[in-house]
Design a protein around this ligand. Structure first.
Ligand code: NAP
Length: 248
């Protein structure tokens, strides 16, 4: 049995890394899947082809999740093309790492805007759709460092911790109308975001992971399937860590 048959999902930052893995996992489970990114590039087109290879609908949109206006139009376009939105995965995110001593105001503002304000933009726009349907699952991509903090990532950690407060508030606001909101806190997952770390930094991270390995985008996608599906119909306002036990 497919867990997401007849569901329509939208995933921001869906052409690469964790977002890509979630998009394909959802398609395998029978959902029609829309992805958004800053641009519709070759990666995005490949993801759409792979989505369609599972016999479901796929479409890529160019949209900046940090823009309120662009997020509103994206939701309108996806509803026009797909008819409804049952699952929103707020996955788009960036890093601009530095010690506070050297962190520019610009890098602080950019990370907060892309990682946190985007969640406000997209959730505000999708809520009227989900409230009308009286059904929906919103999944926000946090991070282990949103729970633990991390030297050199004060902007990123603040955005990922802020998103957890937002998730719990929205779960309380929308729960009575059948809309759930949860967060996933991935640990060290192999994507372009972590590939740029030095071997030394990677080894140090892995030493602190009880399961002694980095995670794969599919490890996160499996939890995203659970949170999108009826398997989690009594779960809201939660943060699920996918980090090999890095943070307990
Ligand atoms: P990634 O490979 O860098 O992918 C991020 C995606 O977000 C890219 O497709 C990117 O598009 C898109 N994006 C960036 N800014 C955007 C914007 N303003 N509007 C729309 N899309 C935008 O990163 P990832 O590792 O898969 O990370 C996905 C999420 O998981 C992020 O929120 C990240 O913080 C979180 N996370 C990752 C890890 C990890 O270990 N990898 C751990 C914890 C949490 P472009 O490439 O076109 O810019």
């Amino acid at each position: 049995m497919k867990l997401l048959e007849n569901k329509k999902a939208l995933i921001t930052g869906g052409s690469r890394g964790i977002g890509r893995a979630i998009a394909i996992a959802y398609a395998k489970q029978g959902a029609d899947v829309a992805i958004s990114d800053l641009m519709v590039d070759e990666d995005a087109i490949d993801v759409v082809k792979e989505i369609e290879s599972y016999g479901v609908k796929g479409k890529a949109y160019a949209s900046d999740a940090s823009s309120n206006e662009a997020s509103e139009s994206l939701i309108n376009e996806v509803v026009k093309d797909f008819g409804q939105i049952d699952i929103l995965v707020n996955n788009a995110g960036i890093t601009r790492d530095n010690l506070l001593l050297r962190m520019s105001e610009q890098d602080w503002d950019l990370v907060i805007k892309v990682n946190l304000k985007s969640i406000f933009n997209m959730t505000k726009a999708v809520q009227r759709v989900m409230l009308k349907q009286r059904n929906g699952s919103i999944i926000n991509m946090s991070s282990v460092v949103g729970l633990s903090g991390n030297a050199g990532q004060s902007n990123y950690s603040a955005s990922k911790a802020g998103l957890i407060g937002f998730t719990k508030s929205i779960a309380q606001e929308l729960g009575s109308r059948g809309v759930r909101c949860n967060a996933i806190a991935p640990g060290f997952i192999e994507t372009a975001m972590t590939n740029k770390l030095s071997d030394e930094v990677r080894e140090n991270w892995i030493k602190g992971i009880p399961l002694r390995r980095s995670g794969k985008p599919d490890d996160v996608a499996n939890i995203a399937i659970f949170l999108a599906s009826e398997l989690s119909s009594y779960v809201t306002g939660q943060v699920i860590s996918v980090d090999g036990g890095m943070h307990m």
